[in-house]
Unconditional design. Structure first.
Length: 257
């Protein structure tokens, strides 16, 4: 431990929890798994955290905020030094993520403004419809980067209104077919289910760019549907729970194929 830490401040577990917004329970858990162990103990056995411990807690919280599991956080911390350079690199990555988030918020604000301007009712659109629209928009912008959204928009424009409408009708037919499969108890590894998912993915492929970029947007779209089928289903004419079941069924058929 450095001389600065020896002479620096000390925090009890309660003080550290209150000062950093971390729960005492989380600090106990970090201690139990060796992720953040208090550097000192009082004669009576109470934990005392140093400034070095505080810096490590910041790294833990920051890495968790970047989507890493506790196991992955432990691996990263084991491989990185506790020095200003590694902290600067982590802060730079946090800032980049925040910039991306701010950009998504800006786009979302613009879309909301457009939605309100297009509403014919002087009191604004129906609240339920507005809420559903915002939920779907937020989900969409979370799963696709700005570049990917631009490519998807280009593909949609290339299809044109008639092509989009034809695809919508075809997709509705696939949904009805899939829901019938579920109602009839057709297994996901049945050839009929595998044929359905093949046609489903082929139809979706019309809206994705070619090559690796298309594979990336297609994978992001499947993750979006899998993780948010209830929210997305709320804007569709079928019950949300049935759509959620269909999405799970298609994923099983995709893996079986």
């Amino acid at each position: 431990m450095s001389g600065k830490d020896d002479a620096g401040r000390r925090w009890s577990i309660g003080e550290l929890a209150r000062a950093t917004g971390t729960t005492v329970r989380a600090l106990y858990h970090y201690d139990e798994i060796g992720l953040l162990v208090a550097s000192e103990r009082t004669p009576s056995g109470h934990r005392r955290y140093t400034e070095r411990d505080l810096r490590r807690l910041y790294r833990v919280r920051a890495l968790r905020g970047l989507g890493l599991s506790l196991e992955e956080v432990a691996d990263v911390l084991a491989d990185s030094a506790d020095d200003p350079e590694s902290l600067r690199a982590l802060l730079a990555e946090q800032l980049r993520r925040l910039d991306e988030h701010a950009e998504r918020i800006g786009v979302l604000r613009q879309r909301i403004g457009e939605l309100l301007r297009q509403a014919g009712d002087p009191y604004g659109p129906d609240p339920d419809r507005l809420m559903t629209t915002l939920e779907v928009m937020s989900v969409f912008e979370t799963y696709f980067t700005e570049e990917q959204r631009g490519r998807l928009a280009e593909r949609r424009e290339a299809l044109g209104p008639e092509g989009v409408e034809a695809a919508r009708r075809e997709w509705a037919g696939l949904v009805e077919e899939g829901l019938r499969h579920l109602a009839d108890g057709i297994p996901a590894d049945d050839p009929r289910a595998r044929d359905l998912v093949r046609r489903w993915d082929a139809l979706a492929g019309r809206f994705h760019p070619e090559g690796p970029a298309g594979a990336e947007t297609a994978a992001a779209a499947r993750r979006m549907w899998r993780d948010n089928s209830a929210e997305i289903g709320g804007s569709l004419p079928w019950p949300a729970e049935r759509m959620a079941g269909l999405v799970a069924y298609l994923e099983q058929a995709r893996q079986a194929g």
